[in-house]
Design a protein around this ligand. Structure first.
Ligand SMILES: *Cc1c(COP(=O)(O)O)cnc(C)c1O
Length: 375
């Protein structure tokens, strides 16, 4: 004598009420379809591996036992990462399925609705998104017009909100700059909880913050392999004091780094000189692209220490340029206009290969020369 099941509409409504209220309006993270496009929207390394290296990599993968669970500690890959990033023995390491997973672990450990995650804005969107998903309060503090940390506003927000976690990306995404070191230090000193310096773009700058770990036990440095040519592997790492890393490790799902990622990362890091050379090449291209953008009419690029360049275009033009670059030229870039008041009329371009950058510059030149009414 089973009851007839309710119509789908009714069931949907019934289940909806059980969803955490603050999550009801969330939509899946959208990524543009990129097939056949020049992809300058996601800060990926554009260079593939030479064929001989791919062959050797596939051979290495053939010895991975897919019927077995991965090494839960990722010991071999941790060793390789320690060597590659010159991480001191007395600092501990936590691996994540991308840095995104590490942000989630931090939000879960330090979360709770009364605890706040604080970050300067405009910044990496995942900080606020993950804080919300984890049920943690979020506080964004506006940068200055020059995209510098607003010392007064930051210190006031820290004093008032008492954030459990502060995230600071260095270089910052999407602005590409490094903050004044003295202000950064003042923020770290004022923080009542944990501070994470997110060095996703450390391959593209000479400034790094690992030495600060010895001064500040409440500091963590986060890095990733995503921006140096291994975005598909999903491997991020958090570096810091063993006691703190151990707390986070207690929340980690047992086998979060799969066997293929572990084996591939080890292999790639054995050939790290290739990745380093590619990053150097991108830094040279960044200079060339910056100078070329500067010479375009009405375009103001902002100096960048990352593998992308933020630029301001003539008023009201950003969405049109982004749309037409895709529709006519099959070039994907990011339109940031509308995302934050400081990013009005702004676009973000990932540095690509010389040919990709030339295609972008040609297309942009064409679009800037035509009257906007043709859009
Ligand atoms: C791209 C990026 C990351 C990397 O995230 P993964 O999950 O490791 O790919 C982290 N932080 C910032 C600021 C980024 O721009």
């Amino acid at each position: 004598m089973t009851e007839p099941s309710p119509p789908p509409e009714e069931l949907h409504t019934r289940l909806e009420q059980w969803i955490r209220p603050e999550l009801r309006s969330l939509a899946p993270y959208h990524v543009a379809d990129a097939s056949g496009c020049i992809k300058l929207d996601a800060m990926e390394n554009p260079y593939p591996w030479p064929g001989t290296l791919t062959t050797a990599w596939l051979e290495r993968l053939s010895s991975v036992e897919l019927n077995r669970y991965p090494d839960p500690q990722g010991s071999a890959v941790k060793q390789a990462l320690r060597r590659h990033f010159a991480i001191a023995e007395h600092h501990a390491l936590l691996l994540g399925n991308g840095s995104d997973e590490l942000i989630l672990l931090l939000a879960l450990l330090f979360g709770g609705t009364s605890h706040c995650l604080l970050a300067p804005e405009p910044g990496f969107v995942m900080y606020s998104l993950i804080a919300r998903q984890a049920g943690m309060a979020y506080c964004g503090v506006a940068l200055t017009e020059q995209f510098e940390l607003d010392r007064t506003a930051m210190l006031a927000a820290i004093a008032e909100r008492q954030p459990a976690v502060i995230f600071i990306a260095q270089p910052n995404n999407p602005t590409g700059n490094l903050f004044d070191p003295a202000t950064l230090r003042a923020v770290i000193e004022a923080a009542p909880g944990v501070v994470v310096i997110d060095e996703a773009y450390c391959a593209f700058t000479d400034t790094q913050h690992l030495p600060l770990l010895d001064e500040f036990p409440h500091l963590l440095v986060m890095r990733t392999l995503s921006k140096i040519g291994l975005a598909g592997l999903r491997l991020g790492l958090l570096i810091g004091a063993p006691a703190l890393i151990e707390r986070l490790d207690s929340l980690r799902l047992p086998y979060n780094i799969n066997s293929l990622t572990q084996a591939s990362a080890c292999f790639a890091l054995e050939h790290a000189s290739l990745l380093t050379e590619q990053s150097q090449q991108l830094r040279r291209e960044r200079s060339r692209l910056f100078a070329a953008l500067q010479s375009l009419p009405g375009i103001t690029p902002y100096a960048s220490e990352a593998n992308f360049i933020l630029l301001r275009v003539p008023a009201g033009e950003a969405p049109r340029l982004q749309r037409l670059l895709k529709a006519r030229h099959r070039i994907l870039i990011k339109c940031l206009d509308g995302g934050h008041p400081l990013l009005r009329d702004c676009l973000r371009i990932t540095v690509g290969t010389p040919a990709e950058n030339d295609a972008l510059l040609d297309a942009l030149t064409q679009l800037l020369c035509e009257p906007p009414s043709n859009a």
